[in-house]
Design a protein around this ligand. Structure first.
Ligand SMILES: NC(=O)c1ccc[n+]([C@@H]2O[C@H](COP(=O)([O-])OP(=O)(O)OC[C@H]3O[C@@H](n4cnc5c(N)ncnc54)[C@H](OP(=O)(O)O)[C@@H]3O)[C@@H](O)[C@H]2O)c1
Length: 325
């Protein structure tokens, strides 16, 4: 087992969250159990899953194997999942969380997020699971639901009381939605998860969260990379961050890879990261991202790449395919 020190972020309820973890989006079902098991062996403790990733059962198998072999205990792990858009109606929340916990083979989540501030029509898990964005095989029809975010948040708060989630969070909320939530929340979210990379630095939102005591986790830390994997053409219009001259120059200076520099840029901004990798070598690299420091100037140079571009924008799943009925 590798001994890499990962800092812990103290959440507003006193819980500790590792600042570096493994994202599970697009981790293939067939390899997911091994990826999670190997990641635990490498020292990963935080796993960022979701109903929508379609691999919670397999991720849970990796966890179970590691626990069975005595590599780790459940309480040493920080397991995260998310509420999919089709389950926003308050009465749907607890049943789907119980199903997801069953898939993982655990009895609580360390953190459970609202995945998107978008309510879609309910889909019974026996009909299609995970439901995804589209109601039809032609990937054209997105049918909106009627749940309000306030109602959904009330059901999220109830999960804490029921012992099903230790912490609760929100994802893909902008500043206005965070402010709105703060007006009615009985539990201030512990974490906001957002897209965050040098092309989308989100400085005002980070500052709002800092003031309100909400920790921030950044996803898609490598910018366009994750969206190239999906074949999204617009991602090709961007200079890959791994070969961007600014990032490469900093990496060479520190004797690190561009990926490590991008992750360190995040963590020095106080943001937690959850890079996804299915490669053992890259899993190792991505965990070791807090043992060197970028200078203020290097941080500024990387932040100056900001162009406010959001790769993961629900409207891109939409226009022209959104067809609200
Ligand atoms: N809340 C949300 O709506 C939301 C949205 C998106 C993502 N997320 C979460 O955030 C996690 C991370 O984001 P992401 O999956 O979009 O993308 P990401 O971590 O930015 O990028 C993943 C891509 O980078 C490659 N990669 C990983 N480490 C590398 C390294 N050291 N050097 C070179 N290439 C490397 C991976 O390939 P290999 O696998 O081949 O290494 C993969 O192609 C997700 O898995 C998910 O848990 C949440």
């Amino acid at each position: 087992m590798v001994n890499i020190q990962v800092p812990t972020i103290k959440l507003n309820n006193g819980a500790g969250m590792p600042q570096v973890g493994l994202g599970l989006w697009k981790v293939d079902k067939g390899t997911c159990a091994d990826v999670v098991y190997n990641a635990i062996k490498e020292g990963y403790r935080l796993f960022d899953g979701a109903c929508d990733y379609g691999n919670e059962t397999e991720a849970g198998q990796g966890v179970a194997r590691a626990i069975k072999e005595g590599l780790v205990t459940r309480s040493e792990l920080f397991i995260i999942s998310k509420l999919w858009n089709s389950f926003h109606d308050a009465e749907r929340v607890e049943p789907i969380v119980r199903k997801q916990l069953g898939d993982w083979g655990i009895d609580y989540f360390d953190l459970y997020y609202i995945h998107f501030p978008v309510s879609l029509q309910y889909v019974d898990p026996s009909v299609r699971y995970p439901p995804g964005w589209y109601m039809d095989g032609a990937r054209k029809e997105v049918v909106r639901g009627k749940a309000t975010l306030q109602g959904t948040w009330g059901a999220m708060e109830a999960l804490v009381g029921a012992g099903l989630a230790k912490s609760i969070g929100i994802s893909n909320y902008n500043g206005a939605l965070v402010l709105d939530l703060l007006a009615y929340a009985r539990i201030v979210p512990q974490v906001l998860q957002i897209e965050h990379h040098p092309y989308l630095t989100q400085a005002p939102l980070l500052e709002l969260c800092r003031r309100e005591g909400i920790a921030v986790t950044g996803y898609s830390s490598f910018g366009p990379q994750s969206f190239l994997d999906l074949g999204m053409k617009f991602a090709e219009d961007f200079q890959a961050l791994f070969s961007h001259p600014v990032v490469v120059a900093v990496a060479e200076k520190h004797g690190r890879t561009p990926a490590q520099v991008l992750l360190r840029w995040n963590t020095q901004r106080g943001v937690a990261v959850i890079p996804k990798s299915s490669s053992l070598e890259r899993l190792r690299q991505n965990l070791d991202v807090c043992s060197f420091d970028l200078s203020e100037q290097e941080l500024k140079d990387i932040s100056a790449l900001d162009c406010g571009f959001r790769f993961n924008n629900p409207l891109n799943y939409g226009i022209p395919v959104y067809n609200f009925v």
